[in-house]
Design a protein. Structure first.
Length: 435
């Protein structure tokens, strides 16, 4: 009983988040069964993930359409495989196994609320962490996507763990602890980055980016060596942890592939004569290249075509880049599955104030480098990545979890300002990590 006492607000926040996500799972499964009569809300990607998960669960070759064996990272299909095996152990019929997976996804989404709270406490204080977790708990897109069978919510977990490890590393460095402790947190940061990449490859550049910033930051504050060695460890562990997957791909294709062979098609999806910023992979079926070329050759073919189009049509390429950035930052859904007025209003009412509060927190809040790198940095990072590939609210969602910490800072600033606190507004960092 003491665990859920009123002085433990985070527990109540997490329980509320779990209740909302279980309710969303029940509602969505009923809607798909009765009204839409299909297993997934967003077909295509979800079908592919489920098929790969079923293959893992059954010990079958990891491939799509008998030819695509390096199209998807294995992290989320492995999660799906685990849900299928759990369903089978519980005697759940095959047609109801989707609901078990949704319940497990609801649990992951709930755990993300706790991770946001821990990261907020590490960078600022307990009040900021709890407020950020409360925002995440009720945010409509974060609740809804927690039960859609796609990789964003699981990826967000890996993202948050890597950010928390990085915060611990910077705290240890600021406290001038021993080099062995710095190397430990650097290794854990690299490992957690790799685990996130196993779910979605878009976090691949986080390791060198974080490592470079850490090396420069600590070189300016203490010494070059204390910043350089942990930075090298972050990169080596992150990419070293991806070697098993890269070696598997080498055995299959004859090429060392750290992520997937779908990058070329994604690039061409974003830069081609018919592109408009949205995804339309119809050209893959029309071209039928997989019937006469290897996966590696198809990937190289589309990469070349994409960059050739950018060079020959710079004006249209610039317009497409702007469209993708616009789609990424749109405050309401742009996918056809969410065309109703209610989803648009619900998401806009959450995202616009959250974004404005985050900006306000950065403008008026405490000037602490790592606090803002680890809360605002991910959404800016993904905005840049998806300006090259494709832009969508869906690709923004993982970064909204740490963004809510910045929003919590801004809300507290605004509240203190309204109460006349003025310059005294703003939560102090809980540790020297944010300095």
């Amino acid at each position: 009983m003491r665990l859920i006492a009123p002085q433990k607000p985070l527990v109540w926040i997490v329980l509320g988040a779990l209740a909302l996500r279980i309710g969303a799972a029940v509602w969505l499964q009923h809607d798909l069964d009765v009204n839409k009569r299909r297993p997934f809300l967003i077909m295509g990607d979800a079908e592919g993930y489920w098929e790969l998960g079923r293959e893992i669960a059954r010990g079958e070759p990891y491939e799509l359409y008998d030819t695509r064996r390096i199209e998807r990272m294995p992290g989320y299909p492995a999660f799906v495989a685990g849900s299928i095996r759990l369903s089978e152990a519980l005697g759940v019929p095959e047609g109801r196994q989707y609901f078990v997976a949704r319940l497990l996804m609801a649990l992951v989404g709930t755990l993300n609320c706790g991770l946001v709270a821990f990261l907020g406490r590490e960078l600022f204080d307990a009040r900021t962490g709890n407020l950020a977790a409360a925002i995440v708990a009720v945010a409509p897109p974060l609740v809804g996507f927690s039960v859609i069978l796609l990789s964003e919510t699981l990826f967000a977990m890996g993202l948050l763990v890597s950010l928390w490890c990085m915060a611990r590393l910077t705290r240890s460095a600021a406290a001038q602890t021993g080099i062995s402790r710095l190397l430990l947190w650097a290794a854990l940061t690299g490992l957690s980055v790799a685990l996130a990449v196993y779910v979605r490859p878009s976090w691949l550049l986080a390791a060198p980016c974080l490592a470079a910033m850490f090396a420069v930051w600590l070189a300016r504050k203490q010494s070059v060596s204390r910043g350089l060695f942990p930075a090298v460890v972050i990169v080596l562990v992150a990419y070293g942890a991806l070697l098993p997957w890269a070696y598997r791909n080498y055995r299959i294709s004859g090429h060392w592939i750290v992520t997937t062979r779908w990058i070329g098609a994604s690039l061409y999806d974003g830069f081609n004569p018919n592109a408009n910023g949205d995804s339309d992979l119809k050209f893959v079926d029309d071209d039928r290249l997989f019937e006469r070329m290897s996966e590696y050759e198809v990937d190289q073919h589309y990469r070349t075509k994409a960059w050739d189009y950018v060079r020959s049509h710079p004006g249209h390429a610039a317009w497409l880049t702007a469209q993708k950035i616009k789609r990424f930052w749109m405050p309401w859904p742009n996918a056809k599955q969410f065309e109703g007025l209610l989803p648009k209003i619900a998401i806009a009412v959450y995202f616009i104030p959250a974004l404005l509060a985050a900006v306000f927190g950065w403008v008026r809040g405490p000037r602490h480098f790592w606090a803002w790198v680890l809360t605002l940095g991910p959404i800016l990072y993904f905005s840049a990545v998806h300006a090259v590939f494709l832009g969508s609210l869906r690709y923004r969602l993982p970064a909204e979890y740490p963004l809510c910490i910045a929003s919590a800072v801004g809300l507290q600033q605004a509240w203190s300002l309204c109460r006349g606190a003025g310059k005294e507004a703003g939560p102090p960092p809980a540790s020297p990590a944010a300095a």
